[in-house]
Design a protein around this ligand. Structure first.
Ligand code: SF4
Length: 407
């Protein structure tokens, strides 16, 4: 099925989401009055927002080489400051000269600048919120893992097809949690209950944790925690390349780092404010050298004129960057075809009005998902073609690798 895609000199492309797992795991209370600080944020006037929105629009269209998340403001829940990590992040924000504000709840940040939904969305993506994660349960996260490990919520990237556009469309600000020890205790409890089976936790179901690691410090703590775990295993996927602080950690082979990659057409048209695919592949090679289990998340697979040629080129590029992998890398691939929800489509068209992302319901099949909402997916024949294509090409280029799933 190579029909249905717009073509132009800028090439062609179709549609949306990464894994269907994305859902807001944090169900913490949404109470707590927003007091003075909210007003303070609102007082960042429309004039200021105008100036920033221009800069934001430029930032959004750039594919940066060495992207790090530099928020425009940082909110703290008062309780977050009772934790050593909360204090550390506060000092970091202070020394960076960022506006510091207080919020009653990390789940409700009101009064962000911007007089249109698009501007508020862009400002929210530049807002870091430091909170205490509530709740004692995790959401399931199949097929990538058994449970979602809530290390962060929201992402500063601007991928048009992002799965977070379904669940975080009304609050896309970036949240990190200071009670990591408590979160990891819950993970240990799940792992103990399921022993002697291994229990897998995915730290990227609601965020890209590498994007915020220089603020949250969550990955290094989590990787070292799972290195000591008998029955718990950790994994996350990223589009960011700032993995060097993780390379020297004692991981004991218990953490799998996966890189989300795509063809040059998809990356150039729909992946904004994230590192280039070539940088992600360089980072993957460093991760492999550090002996981590490694994976590639090819997602979303989008069907357009010439898709097979470009996905084959992508696989060849990965092979060239990783001429060989060691047995401990246990190389794996996950393939996720594009899908979109009605809610995501509405958000995408609102905040990326010029997007070329194809979201034509009449060319898709409706399917109910595991989180109680439906989505538009490709039809059976297309799935079969995608499955056949990746099975054959992975077998040809990566005989040592495992194809975990095609969904
Ligand atoms: S990098 Fe961020 S914006 Fe892009 S798909 Fe991943 S979570 Fe979404």
């Amino acid at each position: 099925m190579e029909s249905s895609v717009n073509s132009s000199t800028e090439t062609q492309a179709k549609t949306e989401t990464e894994t269907g797992a994305g859902s807001e795991a944090d169900t913490g209370a949404q109470t707590g009055a927003q007091s003075g600080p909210e007003t303070e944020a609102a007082a960042q006037t429309e004039a200021g927002a105008e100036a920033r929105s221009k800069a934001e629009a430029e930032a959004e269209t750039k594919t940066t080489a060495t992207f790090v998340f530099n928020p425009s403001r940082v909110y703290f829940e008062p309780r977050a400051l009772e934790y050593p990590l909360g204090q550390k992040i506060y000092e970091q924000a202070l020394s960076a000269g960022l506006p510091i504000l207080m919020a009653g709840s990390h789940n409700r940040i009101a009064g962000l600048p911007g007089n249109t939904p698009r501007r508020r969305f862009l400002e929210a993506k530049r807002t870091l919120v430091v909170g205490v994660r509530q709740g004692t349960t995790f959401q399931t996260s199949r097929p990538s893992a058994d449970y979602a490990l809530p290390l962060a919520t929201g992402c500063p990237g601007h991928c048009h097809y992002c799965y977070l556009n379904t669940n975080l469309s009304t609050k896309p600000y970036v949240r990190i949690y200071v009670n990591l020890a408590e979160i990891l205790e819950i993970a240990d409890k799940y792992a103990r209950e399921r022993a002697p089976r291994l229990t897998y936790f995915d730290g990227s179901c609601t965020s890209d944790p590498v994007a915020v690691e220089h603020w949250s410090h969550a990955l290094r703590t989590t990787i070292e925690h799972f290195a000591r775990s008998e029955f718990g295993r950790f994994r996350f996927v990223t589009k960011f390349a700032a993995v060097d602080p993780l390379l020297g950690l004692r991981h004991n082979g218990h953490t799998r780092i996966r890189f989300s990659v795509n063809t040059r057409t998809v990356a150039s048209q729909f992946e904004k404010a994230v590192p280039r695919v070539s940088e992600r592949l360089d980072a993957a090679a460093r991760v492999a050298s550090a002996g981590y289990p490694l994976g590639f998340h090819i997602s979303p697979v989008i069907i357009y004129h010439g898709w097979k040629k470009e996905y084959a080129e992508l696989l060849e590029e990965i092979r060239a960057k990783l001429p060989r992998t060691a047995p401990e890398n246990d190389l794996r691939f996950e393939i996720v075809a594009h899908r979109f929800t009605p809610r995501a489509k509405q958000t995408i068209l609102e905040v990326y009005p010029t997007t070329r992302l194809e979201m034509n319901e009449s060319q898709r099949k409706w399917k109910w998902g595991q989180f109680g909402y439906g989505k538009y997916v490709y039809g059976e024949e297309t799935y079969e073609e995608i499955t056949r294509f990746f099975t054959e090409n992975l077998h040809r280029l990566f005989p040592e690798a495992t194809l975990d799933y095609v969904v």
